[in-house]
Design a protein. Sequence first.
Length: 171
Amino acid sequence: MTIYETTIPDFKIRTAEEKDVNLILNFIRELAEYEKLSNEVVANEEILYESLFVKHQAEVIIGEYKNLPVGFALYFHNFSTFLGKANLYLEDLYIKEEYRGHGFGKAMFGCLGKICMERGCGRLDWWCLDWNESSIRFYKKMGAKAMSDWTVYRVDGQALAELAHRVHFKG
């Protein structure tokens, strides 16, 4: 476990451990409720354990205030062909509502920046819901800029299954 000491009294950030799977799932559920997307959460402890600690498909940092978990960030590497190097993609950053406004989100965001720099990543990317004005203001304060010239596309569910079977492969 890596611990990132912050200048905020009684606040530290640490990498998640296997014992944190239930905690991470609870943060995901709280975030989904905040984003009005609770019906989309299908993750469970088994899926998260395998994805995070067996397949290492993503990583998590946890923010703790007075040794109580108050937030998390889940991220993974993607790759920029134009930069020719890996980047970090932030899937979720969440601070419990009662702990917002104390600089914990800024510290978590800064920790992700530190991880990017330590790993030689070219950038940190993420998406934000258009209606989430408080998060948009926060991200802009952190130096982020909206990529309004890009549109996000997604293939999932039945369309993904059909896509995978459009071309027949040998073997």
